[in-house]
Design a protein around this ligand. Structure first.
Ligand code: ZN
Length: 149
């Protein structure tokens, strides 16, 4: 919370209280007109401070909601990442594969290791290349991995 906005709101409210006390003490009609003008100014000050405070509160609230959504997204990505482990698909060629101990809820598939390390979940697509046999191709970075040497 912005302490300056709160302080100016409190100061404006204190001004209103002071004017109210003066109003109770004054019986002169000409003095009352001047006090009424000052009272209206203080009311405007309080309204301006409240609008300022409300705008700052809304901005902080929006930022908080955005951070909360981002944290939820990161937690979900971390949970998903824990389901996979690095796997050597053939000598020197690595992919990520679902861990053996994870309840199988989807078919066996491989993830591109460089993309997954960058936080991008890219499921490799199998393709028969003819010469090299089956290839696993990353749809994001176009990395090609031959399943056999
Ligand atoms: Zn990739």
């Amino acid at each position: 919370m912005d302490i300056n906005a709160v302080s100016s709101g409190i100061a404006a409210m204190q001004g209103l209280v002071g004017i109210s006390r003066t109003l109770l003490e004054v019986r002169d009609i000409t003095k009352l007109a001047g006090i009424q003008f000052e009272l209206n100014q203080r009311i405007l000050d309080v309204q301006a401070a409240m609008f300022d405070l409300q705008a700052k509160f809304q901005a902080k609230s929006d930022a908080f909601e955005a951070l909360k959504a981002h944290a939820t997204q990161l937690e979900s990505a971390a949970r998903d990442r824990e389901r996979y482990t690095l796997h050597e698909i053939r000598a020197g060629a690595f992919v990520y594969r679902r861990r053996e101990d994870v309840q199988p809820t989807e078919p066996i598939h491989y993830l591109c290791q460089p993309c997954f390390d960058k936080g991008v979940k890219a499921i490799l697509e199998a393709q028969d290349s003819g010469v090299y046999g089956e290839l696993q191709i990353c749809p994001v970075c176009d990395r090609k991995i031959a399943m056999s040497t």
